[in-house]
Design a protein. Structure first.
Length: 411
């Protein structure tokens, strides 16, 4: 199958042809009506690609099967509430279910996920859907299952690596082999940072088949608003830090909380939800910091703009990262960043105008890095200017060429 040629008219009124590539997006990392911030970076990239007028897309974003939507089942009940199909930003998104089996899930999930995606794709093909390229996100299990489905559908394949799929999961023997098998079947692998590309090469992936296309930031949405106005709306009266991300161990929210003991003049806002919510609240109480730490839960993108603009710095204490969007979002709102020196973060925080890197991941060094930032605090407008280097424009231009080429190359 080859991409379609669509006749268009340029600014001077002359007819020209636009190559239209029909994408099948396969990923478990995609927002839905219930989990609206889940995998939002995947949706953001796709929306930018579609805005070029060179692509159409169908998204298959499976969710784990769970039998009940009763609130007593907590986080698991959310899966049952996800609609089977929805239209987000004009994009058709399908959510077939797949079975997750405890204890043996790491081995079987790629196969069970592939079966779910294949059934949905086959159903859509019978209704007339056709695609030129299968574009998958996250190498394991998503990318492995996508490689199986692409083979069945006889579609060329691209897979985007995003972080722990390359930095963590290959430590397990079978996933490492399956990831390598999937990589061999791609036309192109995409890494969201140069650090991730190097890690893929170290795993034995073909360097010539890996391209780096970083996440961009939506500069139309994430932009500075008057700090005084934002602080007034949030009721901030003291120097305030924010820590944004899922409330899980690797994000290091507990370290940021502990760092407050070394910073008596600072308060903290924590944005996100997850399994450590209750234990983090208990930690603030045990340290006598409950009056200085505010938990806001999950918020929408528009609310994040106000939070970033109100805060004096974003602190990201992650143990590992690919290319974290929160760093770019905060910078675009003119808020400097203090972050651990992991993944693609050093590729973004270049120079004091953007922020400070944490050399050692513990509470005292986080506090030292924050102090260093405030001693050399950027002038207004300077940090947001740094974020301008990471707009979606340049990424989408290069990524579009990569996907068109992958769809049309002869295997």
């Amino acid at each position: 199958m080859v991409a379609d040629d669509v006749r268009g008219v340029d600014a001077a009124g002359f007819a020209h042809f636009v190559v239209m590539t029909n994408l099948l997006i396969v990923t478990t990392l995609y927002p839905n009506a219930v989990q609206f911030r889940h995998g939002i970076f995947v949706e953001a990239r796709l929306r930018r690609l579609l805005a070029t007028g060179q692509f159409t897309a169908t998204v298959i974003a499976p969710v784990p099967w769970f039998p009940s939507a009763s609130a007593r089942f907590g986080q698991y009940a959310k899966y049952a509430k996800v609609p089977r199909m929805e239209i987000r930003q004009g994009i058709e998104v399908y959510h077939p279910r797949y079975l997750v089996i405890p204890k043996v899930g790491m081995v079987l999930t790629p196969l069970l996920l592939a079966w779910s995606v294949w059934r949905e794709a086959w159903r859509l093909r019978r209704k007339g859907k056709r695609w030129d390229l299968l574009d998958a996100h996250y190498y394991y299990p998503d990318g492995v299952s996508a490689a199986l489905v692409a083979r069945l559908l006889r579609l060329p394949l691209t897979i985007t690596a995003r972080g722990s799929d390359i930095n963590v999961l290959p430590a397990f023997k079978l996933p490492r082999k399956m990831i390598g098998w999937a990589a061999m079947r791609t036309r192109t692998s995409i890494a969201v940072s140069d650090a991730l590309r190097r890690a893929m090469i170290n795993l034995g992936h073909d360097a010539d088949k890996i391209e780096v296309w970083r996440n961009g930031v939506d500069l139309d949405l994430f932009r500075p608003i008057p700090k005084s106005k934002a602080r007034e709306r949030l009721g901030l009266t003291r120097t305030t830090l924010c820590s944004v991300g899922n409330l899980i161990e690797l994000k290091g929210h507990d370290l940021v909380i502990r760092a407050l003991e070394h910073m008596p003049d600072c308060d903290l806002i924590i944005v996100g939800d997850g399994e450590l919510r209750d234990s983090l609240r208990q930690l603030t109480e045990s340290l006598g910091l409950a009056s200085r730490v505010r938990f806001l839960g999950t918020v929408r993108q528009e609310e994040l703009v106000e939070i970033y603009s109100a805060a004096d710095a974003l602190v990201l204490a992650s143990r590992r990262e690919g290319m974290p969007n929160v760093v770019l979002e905060a910078m675009a709102c003119d808020t400097p960043v203090v972050a651990t020196k992991v993944g693609g973060i050093p590729e973004v925080l270049q120079g004091e105008d953007a922020g400070v890197l944490i050399e050692t991941r513990d509470a005292s060094h986080i506090a030292d890095a924050v102090s260093n930032l405030f001693e050399h605090y950027p002038l207004p407008g300077v940090t947001s200017k740094c974020a301008g280097r990471f707009s979606w424009d340049s990424t989408v231009e290069g990524l579009s060429a990569t996907l068109h080429r992958a769809a049309q190359e002869v295997a």
